[in-house]
Ligand binder design. Structure first.
Ligand code: NAP
Length: 243
């Protein structure tokens, strides 16, 4: 029975399992399955790989997108550069790592990009921010990270003022702030300085409109959530597994 799956922890609400189960039904792949591998410790992956020779590939989510690199026999150039992997193809017992978040983010962002989107703020410095930064750099868009613990290439939330916002017309939220059930939360930036040239992208897809996006929309900014990216990264995984 060809098996695919999702590795992460905890995996209470998995978009991927529902998405692929429905996809297999539509394609008439009746013996295909997509399982959730919810592992409190990633070392448990060794047992799964030893026991399940029907496993052909899997996706990786929080908190293992970086830790999975230790298990790979081969990594795509994007995985090597971002240090993050969300898709593994198993071939002859070898684990080959890819980053399909990059494809999902880039393809979904393109229709919203305007010539004046030359600088971006990336809120958060976790696994997803690496895919976002990779795409923006590739497009020649200057990036500034905003972090609770600012470093050499990032600033604090307190430093985000009117000047910073007028200089950075693209703002990507890669933090979990505002994700269901904590829908009353939003990154702490001065939204009153946003205007119609700003584009706000929230990687969160539940709720459909986070407080971050709502605050931007009320200021006249264009907005998008993470739903399209989610579907595009899943489809790219499917393409890789079948290639
Ligand atoms: P993560 O590794 O847990 O990191 C997110 C970053 O957000 C952290 O590194 C942290 O950066 C910041 N952060 C965390 N808690 C915070 C808080 N309470 N207040 C302020 N900042 C906080 O998560 P991730 O894997 O990067 O994913 C981030 C979000 O993107 C999640 O909501 C996830 O569901 C979503 N996502 C969506 C897609 C999609 O296809 N749409 C794909 C990947 C991820 P600092 O420590 O620097 O502040």
């Amino acid at each position: 029975m060809p098996c695919f799956g999702l590795l992460g922890y905890p995996l209470s609400h998995s978009f991927s399992q529902k998405y692929f189960t429905e996809k297999f039904a539509v394609l008439g792949l009746r013996d295909y399955v997509y399982e959730n591998f919810s592992l409190a410790d990633i070392t448990g992956l060794k047992d799964i790989l030893a026991e399940r020779n029907d496993l052909l590939g899997f996706n990786i989510t929080i908190p293992y997108k970086k830790k999975i690199l230790d298990f790979l026999s081969e990594a795509s150039p994007v995985v090597t550069e971002t240090g993050a992997c969300n898709c593994v193809k198993i071939q002859d017992g070898r684990l080959i790592g890819y980053n399909t978040d990059v494809v999902g983010f880039e393809t979904s962002l393109l229709p919203f990009l305007k010539p004046y989107h030359t600088k971006a703020l990336i809120l958060g410095t976790g696994g997803a921010s690496a895919a976002v930064a990779y795409v923006l750099r590739k497009k020649g868009i200057g990036i500034t990270y905003v972090s609770r613990t600012p470093s050499a290439n990032g600033i604090s939330y307190e430093a985000v003022n009117s000047e910073v916002l007028s200089d950075h017309l693209l703002i990507i939220n890669t933090t979990p702030l505002g994700m269901y059930p904590n829908i009353a939360e939003a990154p702490d930036i001065p939204y009153r300085f946003l205007g119609h040239q700003h584009h706000l992208y929230d990687l969160i897809y539940n709720p459909e409109e986070t407080l971050f996006l709502e605050k931007g929309r009320l200021q006249g900014a264009s907005t998008q959530n993470g739903q399209e990216m989610l579907v595009l990264q899943a489809e790219e995984s499917w393409r890789i597994w079948n290639n």
